[in-house]
Design a protein around this ligand. Sequence first.
Ligand SMILES: Cc1ncc(COP(=O)(O)O)c(C=O)c1O
Length: 369
Amino acid sequence: MTQDPALPAELLQHRVSDLPAGAPIALPLTPASTFALPGTTDAPFTYGRAGGPTWSALEEALGVLEQAEVAVLPSGMAAISSVLLTQLTPGDRVLLPSDGYYATRSLAERFLVPAGIEAVLRPTAEYAQQDLTGFTVVHLETPSNPGLDLCDIAEVSARAHAAGALVVVDNTTLTPFGQRPLDLGADVVVASDTKAPNGHSDALLGHVASRDAAVMETVRAWRTLAGGIPGQLETWLVHRGLETLELRLDRMCTSAQVLAERLAEHPAVQGVVHPGLASHPQRELVARQMARTGSLIGLTLADEGAAERFLAAARLVVPATSFGGVHTSGERRARWGDAVPGGFVRLSVGCEPTEALWADLDAALRDLG
Ligand SMILES: Cc1ncc(COP(=O)(O)O)c(C=O)c1O
């Protein structure tokens, strides 16, 4: 699958093409909680918990990318919970990835299961074999974080729809430039914009996108009534980040590909997983479903000690737990309890020049002896 060049052009152009003379080209940040309502409540904005101009600008920009209605939420988890908590009722059954982002599973264990919702966990690569009969929501994450396994969004969506289920895809690792779940048949996209869309490690945000008007109305009502709303500054920061997402993602994914190929040949490395490698077990699906192969690399070193020494020695790898930022970062995922070997490092490749990164990684690996 290839990326449509019209999308990044439209993203940059849609808001500024009809600006009146003298208007700022940059999006104004409007930190308003209350809006003037002389004699009527019929106004574009009324009260900040229900919406405001900065939110609307970001929702329009994300809507251009998703080609769908969008609601912004204060974090990726707020986006995920706004869908799961509103679409599931007691007695329902939800399918979740056992190898996906751990907080989604914890949300189910702590809050969905006690409310009488059955949560079934399956590895992402085994969704193809899962009977979907009886599920209300099928939630998937492909590539999964951190193992980078895939499942076929179009195939799972078709079977889930035949079984009457709503299909929700966490598209955080690839963004709409890397993968387009709604075009492949999914009903809802949830994503953490804390990652690459913001890209500068200075704001948390998330969004829900769908072409199903009823789902979006419910998510917006949930946001207004539960009251978990994005801050205006965070929204503005993500809007600003989004304008360079395509450029940053291009550098990050291109570098990740080069680095993954070289790391796979390195004598100090026991294993490398990256969707762009010819060795990825689902290579055919990568080509069919993904426009970009992402900025994440799973790197297995000899053991926990080797992984920690590598992270300490690599000057260009910030030891941190997020991904998608301009700075390359990395961490041992077993420290959070992910089902990966002790020496498994998740590398998030940033925007540094590729050869500078390689020189740094290579030197840190040589230090391991
Ligand atoms: C795949 C995935 N989904 C959702 C989230 C949650 O995002 P946030 O931290 O913005 O709530 C994360 C965070 O790492 C993630 O990796």
